[in-house]
Design a protein around this ligand. Structure first.
Ligand code: VGL
Length: 192
């Protein structure tokens, strides 16, 4: 069994005080660090993703420019590449991360599978090269990037768990809906 941990988008803009701050985001950052400290040995590989949007355009309509964001498909400007908002939250210990993944350059990209390393290696190829068969998912946001990443990992044929005490969502109702949808797709909801 080869196991990987996906740490999804634990970035300043997705935590309290950020451009698209999610309640509980900072607690997720600290909680994931604590979890890794105690459980790093359970994982062969650790991936961490960051939304890494262009400053010069609306990223395929992802940034609301003409109207107010609807917080479902259009969003305030967030996680612009190279800005403090796009950095990992300071409480996230990234020293154990094997692969840093960027996604969303010029496009909406909710799933880590849409991302790649700075050397341009796709996540799917890394998973296959290392014969990963089991993936745990933590991070932000439950109802968007965590959801999409876990669903893609299932579609990729992996055994997938979401650690529900180490995620935070944009909205309560859509987060609850996402968890039900993940369960229906065969994702196990577990506790850290
Ligand atoms: C996300 C909304 C917009 C996420 C990204 O990381 O879940 N949410 N862009």
């Amino acid at each position: 069994m080869t196991r990987a941990l996906f740490i999804i988008d634990v970035q300043n803009d997705f935590t309290e005080g950020g451009a698209l701050g999610v309640d509980g985001g900072a607690a997720v950052a600290a909680g994931v660090s604590r979890y890794l400290d105690e459980n790093r040995g359970s994982y062969d590989l650790v991936f961490a993703s960051r939304d890494w949007h262009d400053a010069s355009n609306d990223n395929g309509g992802h940034f609301a420019t003409d109207a107010a964001p609807d917080f479902e498909g259009t969003w305030p400007v967030h996680c612009v590449a190279g800005t403090p908002g796009a950095e990992y939250h300071p409480a996230l210990d990234t020293s154990e991360v094997d692969f840093h993944i960027h996604k969303g350059q010029g496009v909406p990209a909710y799933s880590i599978y849409e991302g790649s390393t700075t050397d341009g290696i796709a996540v799917r190829d890394l998973i296959e090269a290392h014969a990963v068969d089991s993936i745990d998912v933590v991070g932000i946001a439950t109802d968007y990037c965590v959801r999409a990443s876990a669903l893609d990992a299932r579609e990729h044929g992996k055994s997938v768990r979401v650690l529900t005490d180490l995620v935070a969502g944009v909205a309560a109702e859509s987060s609850e809906h996402a968890l039900r949808e993940l369960e229906a797709a065969g994702v196990e909801l577990a506790h850290s």
